[in-house]
Design a binder for this molecule. Structure first.
Ligand code: NAD
Ligand code: MN
Length: 517
């Protein structure tokens, strides 16, 4: 009997203990929630309306000023990476369609575009620029739907820069003689332009605006995952009254791009995309008279000196690799931080990352939207898994959990990474940062230059002389000082080595579209 009673007492004691444990746990959790709330606001969703865009279920090619069905009648889907759903069907241009587009461009070049004055050409470009501004919201929403980038980026960065590029180049159209003083300039003829998916409309503007200002006609092929904003631009171009054939837009994948760049009646090829395809195009055009510019990949580095304004540098690093999902050719994907501040810097970076919002691209609060395609997401995951298997220090955080549908990847970094590590050498094209340290400026420069690429770099220091000296040692086309990813139509952009040939933007960007004698 006594035995039984003792047992019961023991049992109750355990029960009480369990209860107390449970109670304590609840208090700790509540405290956690409270302190979390104290330092971080809860955001309510703020979705941009999609009412401004009307997406056609089937989208034709834009040839000779008209929307025409593809001759072989084949279409392919473009997806909204934000939810993985099909947005629309888009025409796949065959060799025959590409040929029609090139013929239209040639005819327009010979009969109208090369005959009118620079001032007249400028008027059309100014008109297109104004029309883009008027329909800016529509372009921004469409870009976000098709590409997955956050609305705040397409609205505040991409589309304003698109209009700015048209305005800037419109201004050059009647001043080409002043762009290259003492020289005689002439357009080349017909340009074939192939662009990627990371800045769909901005890359179209970088290609079309200088080509037209310089007096050329173009056939543009947008990327297969993001063709819709270029087709809306075609509509604007049609409404602007631009003579038919001056701009033609053919949609399709690599095969269409290949038909275009290999067409015999092309005078110039402008390509932005992967180094692999860039090399193929370089080989194919080497045997021809075609001019070629290439804008390829990168593995750009930040160099952060111990005297840098640390919080400002943190923002630059975060902006340089995490925003736009790391889908930026000049993404600052490597961070070289001076050893003396490395610990402080990475601690601060961790704190900052915990406030980054990954989510619906249409939400105005979203910092990191959707990865452009399932294929790209898989590629990024493979890189991250590979680097984790190699054993590099991994950190990943964000303020929000990614939506369950669509293609998302949290921001992350690998710390104390060796220069030989894959994640330090290869372009990931996702929100993945590789961090290493240095002790002297010479070591920082050597590490930054230790790459087959050479597109951009960021230097962070309070001392102008140090920045200047570092910049002179860096083999990169663009070097930002105490800032990153800042673009302006008047400044040239382009790379060294495997990052490409030639420059886009500014006076330099006109040069590849002109015969300068
Ligand atoms: P990609 O080079 O395959 O595609 C870019 C463009 O070229 C697209 O319009 C595509 O249809 C076209 N293309 C593909 N094969 C072609 C061919 N043989 N001839 C002519 N045109 C062809 O790039 P991607 O597959 O979209 O992306 C792969 C990688 O490229 C990315 O992960 C990234 O590393 C890099 N990339 C770089 C940039 C950049 O701005 N430098 C942009 C996008 C992608
Ligand atoms: Mn798409």
């Amino acid at each position: 009997m006594l035995d039984k009673m003792i047992k019961k007492k023991e049992k109750n004691k355990h029960k009480d203990k369990d209860k107390k444990k449970h109670h304590d746990k609840k208090i700790v959790e509540a405290k956690k929630r409270k302190s979390h709330k104290n330092f971080q606001f809860e955001y309510s969703e703020s979705l941009e309306s999609t009412d401004v865009v009307k997406i056609q279920p089937k989208n034709a090619l834009f040839i000779n000023g008209e929307f025409v069905e593809p001759t072989e009648g084949s279409y392919f889907p473009t997806i909204n990476p934000g939810d993985g759903e099909v947005l629309a069907e888009v025409a796949e241009a065959s060799a025959k369609d590409v040929d029609m587009a090139v013929r239209a461009a040639r005819k327009a070049y010979e009969t109208t575009w090369s005959k009118i004055s620079g001032a007249e050409r400028g008027k059309y470009l100014f008109r297109i620029a104004r029309m883009i501004q008027e329909r800016a919201r529509e372009f921004a929403v469409l870009e976000t739907l098709d590409n997955g980038k956050p609305i705040k980026e397409s609205r505040d960065v991409d589309i304003p820069l698109v209009a700015a590029h048209f305005f800037y180049n419109a201004g050059w159209a009647d001043k080409l003689d002043f762009a290259f003083p003492g020289k005689k300039v002439q357009p080349l003829g017909v340009a074939a332009q192939v662009i990627p998916w990371n800045f769909p409309l901005l890359m179209a503007a970088w290609k079309i605006a200088p080509a037209l200002a310089a007096g050329n006609c173009v056939v543009l092929k947008p990327a297969e995952t993001t063709p819709l904003s270029a087709l809306l631009l075609a509509e604007v171009i049609q409404q602007s009254g631009l003579p038919p054939g001056v701009v033609n837009i053919v949609t399709g994948a690599g095969a269409t791009g290949s038909h275009l760049v290999n067409h015999p009646d092309i005078n110039k090829v402008a390509f932005t995309g992967s180094t692999q395809v860039g090399k193929m195009i370089a080989k194919a055009t080497a045997k021809t008279n075609k001019r070629l510019t290439l804008e390829l990949g990168g593995k750009s580095a930040h160099i952060v000196y111990e005297d840098a304004a640390i919080d400002q540098a943190i923002e630059g690093v975060v902006n340089g690799i995490f925003f736009n999902q790391g889908h930026v050719c000049c993404a600052g994907s490597r961070l070289l931080v001076e050893e003396s501040i490395a610990q402080v810097f990475t601690d601060k970076l961790k704190d900052r990352m915990q406030k980054i919002r990954v989510g619906n691209p249409l939400d105005k609060n979203t910092d990191i939207g959707a990865i452009n395609s399932h294929r790209e997401l898989e590629k990024i995951r493979d890189f991250v898994n590979g680097a984790r298997e190699e054993g590099w220090d991994y950190f990943s955080a964000s303020a929000t959990e990614a939506p369950s549908r669509g293609f998302y990847h949290k921001p992350c970094f690998f710390n104390h990474v060796a220069s030989s590590a894959t994640v330090f050498r290869k372009e990931v094209f996702g929100p993945v940062l590789a961090i290493s340290t240095f002790r002297t400026p010479a070591e920082a420069i050597a590490k930054a230059n230790d790459t087959p690429y050479g597109l951009a770099a960021g230097v962070w220091s309070e001392k102008a002389s140090k920045i200047q000296k570092t910049a002179l040692g860096l083999k990169a086309g663009v070097i930002w000082a105490n800032t990153y990813n800042k673009f302006d139509p008047s400044s040239p952009f382009g790379g060294y080595n495997e990052s490409g040939w030639g420059r886009e933007g500014g006076r330099h960007g006109l040069y590849p579209y002109l015969e300068v004698q």
